[in-house]
Design a protein around this ligand. Structure first.
Ligand SMILES: Nc1nc2c(ncn2[C@@H]2O[C@H](COP(=O)(O)OP(=O)(O)OP(=O)(O)O)[C@@H](O)[C@H]2O)c(=O)[nH]1
Ligand SMILES: [Mg+2]
Length: 411
């Protein structure tokens, strides 16, 4: 190798060295950047989880604070009271038979349905006035029913009946409203009549098992807590099974509701406990305690939808095998604010969860209360209870007369 050659080879080598050095630095920087990003992501996730857990804890604590909201108080003698009392009187109640619980609930229901009513009835009543019904009012009514998420089938049924009546005679405003109320009631009543039970109450001296099912967040656990309160108020020996073992805070949430009504909760706090095993234990306890009503809370979300249905049928098998004589109800909880989506859920669950009834929650603050009609007509499910608020008293047995009156209440 000549000197020049040697020099240029050193040059070449230096350049190569520099290049490698640069590459190494670059790679090192990239590695550091990646490590930093991963670390930041992990920290962010940790923080999010902590915030979420903190929020869940806070929510649980808040539920705990408003502890004695189980006893209603008599409010003012106002329009709300008068309306509630008249609604009870219209069902044949005598003055001395009217309870504060009923008045309190009707006022809450009326207030709860305000949003649905605003978008639906107030408009209609405004348009109608005292004038007779016209084909145009029917068109308006059609739009309003659909907007309240009553669904196409219910809307068609009501509009066709009204149209038929209108073709036969002149229908005054008030008469039209009364006819409408009858039609709505008959839709809601049909599945209740088919079921042979006007109201769902636990049979005395027997084991009744109510499975509370539904997609996540619709209000299953809250509803179950309120059901426990209702059952205890009507002196049924009650027990709760915490079969939602998927969500970490579920047992704690249920325990709070159990404490509020003085009802024991059977649970298994270990991670990934088998829900069917919890139900098995709960049935054993129910038998030895001579429980009349066993309420079972179930998960709303699992890894996928098939798992959820499989889990429900596994629970059901345990019940059928262990206590074949128990009176079992499978109650689907529906969030009214989800409107037509709830209808889809109902159809899905009806296929695989042997549903016997529905509970419509969150009727307060939604304008989609009409979905109750769609569920009755299209899924033929009797609505058994309705919830209109987060408090312990905000759930009552479903009464189609009161529901329709509250939905169509005058301003
Ligand atoms: N406004 C209102 N909120 C309600 C009603 N029922 C339940 N909620 C609220 O809805 C939220 C979810 O309720 P949960 O009872 O935890 O629902 P869940 O179906 O058990 O949820 P998962 O167990 O996660 O599937 C809570 O914040 C409840 O307070 C109701 O009738 N009205
Ligand atoms: Mg729950």
């Amino acid at each position: 190798m000549s000197n020049i050659d040697k020099d240029s080879s050193i040059d070449w080598a230096r350049q190569a060295y520099e290049q490698l050095k640069q590459k190494q630095t670059q790679e090192k920087e990239e590695r550091q950047k990646l490590e930093k990003e991963t670390q930041e992501k992990e920290e962010r996730q940790k923080l999010e989880k902590e915030t979420q857990e903190k929020e869940e804890r806070q929510k649980l604590e808040e539920t705990n604070i408003s502890d004695d909201d189980s006893i209603p108080e008599l409010g003012d003698f106002d329009k709300e009271f008068t309306w509630s009392a008249m609604t009870l009187a219209a069902q044949g109640k005598k003055i001395n038979e009217i309870s504060l619980e009923e008045i309190d609930w009707l006022s809450r229901l009326r207030r709860g349905l305000e949003e649905t009513r605003k978008g639906f009835v107030t408009d209609l009543l405004d348009k109608l006035g005292d004038d007779p019904l016209t084909p145009e009012t029917l068109e308006d009514l059609e739009t309003l029913l659909l907007r309240a998420d009553a669904g196409f089938d219910s809307t068609d049924k009501v509009i066709n009946a009204l149209r038929k009546k209108l073709n036969e005679e002149v229908v005054g405003g008030e008469e039209g409203i009364n006819f409408l109320k009858d039609e709505l009631r008959s839709i809601l009543e049909a599945p209740i009549k088919n079921s042979g039970k006007k109201f769902l109450v636990p049979a005395k001296g027997k084991l009744n098992i109510w499975l509370v099912v539904g997609v996540n967040g619709v209000g299953k656990t809250t509803t179950l807590g309120k059901l426990a309160h209702l059952a205890v108020s009507s002196k049924s020996k009650t027990l709760i099974a915490a079969a939602d073992t998927f969500r970490a805070a579920a047992v704690e949430q249920l325990q709070i509701w159990g404490d509020r009504s003085n009802v024991d909760v059977i649970s298994n706090k270990s991670k990934n406990a088998d829900p069917a095993a919890v139900v098995f234990d709960a049935i054993n306890s129910a038998i030895s305690r001579e429980t009349e009503l066993l309420l079972i809370d179930t998960a709303g979300r699992l890894q996928n939808k098939n798992n959820l249905m499989e889990e429900l049928s596994k629970i059901r098998k345990i019940i059928d095998k262990k206590v074949p004589n128990a009176i079992v109800e499978s109650l689907l909880v529906l969030d009214a604010s989800q409107g037509q989506n709830g209808l889809k859920q109902a159809k899905g669950f009806a296929r695989s969860a042997e549903l016997t009834g529905a509970i419509v929650t969150k009727l307060d603050g939604t304008s989609r209360g009409g979905v109750s009609l769609a569920v009755s007509l299209e899924v033929d499910l009797p609505i058994r209870f309705i919830g209109a608020g987060e408090g312990i008293r905000d759930l009552r047995p479903f009464n189609s007369f009161e529901f329709v009156e509250a939905l169509l209440a005058d301003k």
